[in-house]
Design a protein around this ligand. Structure first.
Ligand code: NAD
Ligand code: MG
Length: 301
């Protein structure tokens, strides 16, 4: 379906494994479509090979239509999981591509679009996911909002509120609803960022939410371990996704996106997915309350 075929398991130089800057200038209105990005991101469509590491697991993934969420959904399906996908209604065409890829693996894909800024929707999403899947073993919180603003004077209360609702409140509402249904061995994986630790001046609200996600992950992990539930977070650096050309970065930064990290290129969603698989599987049984970077060489503190 897409290029980047068959390179996930062959040894190669990570510096040249994927496209390097400069990239074409591009802009889309939020939330944007992955299918319109140039070059197209790699979500592992042609390269991710599963080994049954999540056989029979029941997973709910937010932001599953595109970017890191899509790569995670493809990997989970190939590892044997059934999946409920959440995304915004405007993203239906991206989401249907993911549904087709999951179904092609013989796994179940249940699309439940809706706006996570609503507490009522978050509660019903978890309830409907539990009903559709017959339980819930894995909650992967990937959905996020990022809009760059040059100065605090240009950051509206509405944007501040929407960024916190999407990135932090939804996480709270989804986790709260999910833990009530989760059996011992279940896992929650949140999506933090290098911005949690090293905030850009233009991402005042976003970086603050990502710092909150780190504290939330650690506190929740220590709460729910008595139920046998593990909670961890992935903290990506610059990843080539539609979050960026939808005003996630100032437009002039898109052509050189990722050039500043030691690997001198952005990461691809496919390079994040294996960590989401590890943290969902029993292989990570002694790991909870941790945050793992996927940063191209800018280590987390
Ligand atoms: P993306 O745009 O592909 O994914 C973000 C998704 O969030 C969208 O597809 C959308 O479905 C979902 N979303 C946004 N607002 C929503 C709402 N109100 N209700 C329901 N869904 C909503 O981009 P991505 O880069 O794959 O982002 C995934 C996660 O990774 C985000 O949490 C982001 O903060 C994080 N992250 C991304 C990068 C990066 O460089 N791309 C770096 C660090 C962290
Ligand atoms: Mg999307």
């Amino acid at each position: 379906m897409k290029r980047y075929a068959g390179n996930q398991y062959s040894m190669q130089n990570p510096l040249t494994q994927y496209p390097q800057p400069e990239f074409p200038a591009q802009h889309q209105p939020e939330p944007g479509l992955d299918s319109k990005m140039r070059p197209e991101p790699d979500h592992g469509e042609a390269s991710y090979v599963g080994f049954g590491r999540l056989k029979g697991r029941k997973a709910l993934i937010t932001g599953a239509d595109s970017g890191i969420g899509r790569a995670t959904a493809i990997a989970y399906a190939r590892e044997g999981a059934d999946i409920v996908l959440n995304y915004l209604p405007e993203e239906e065409s991206d989401a249907q591509e993911v549904v087709a890829l999951i179904t092609a693996e013989g796994r179940r894909a249940i699309a439940l679009p809706g706006d996570l800024k609503s507490e009522a929707f978050c509660k019903s999403l978890v309830g409907n996911a539990v009903e559709a899947l017959g339980g819930l073993d894995i909650l992967v919180n990937v959905a996020g909002k990022q809009i760059a603003q040059q100065h605090i004077s240009e950051l509206s209360s509405e944007q501040f509120d929407h960024t916190f609702k999407t990135n932090v409140y939804a996480l709270f509402w989804l986790c709260k609803a999910a833990v009530a249904h989760m059996p011992p061995g279940a896992t929650i994986i949140n999506t933090a960022s290098i911005q949690s630790y090293d905030p850009s001046a233009t991402l005042l609200d976003y970086a603050s939410t990502k710092a909150a996600i780190v504290a939330f992950t650690k506190a929740l992990a220590s709460q729910v371990i008595d139920q046998g539930i593990r909670v961890n977070a992935v903290a990506p650096g610059p990843i080539w996704t539609v979050l960026q050309p939808t005003d996630g970065q100032p437009a002039e930064k898109i052509p050189t996106f990722g050039a500043h990290v030691p690997m001198k290129r952005p990461g691809q969603p496919a390079e994040c997915a294996p960590l989401y698989v590890l943290l969902a599987s029993q292989e990570s049984s002694y790991i909870t309350g941790e945050v793992f970077g996927v940063t191209g060489g800018n280590p987390l503190p």
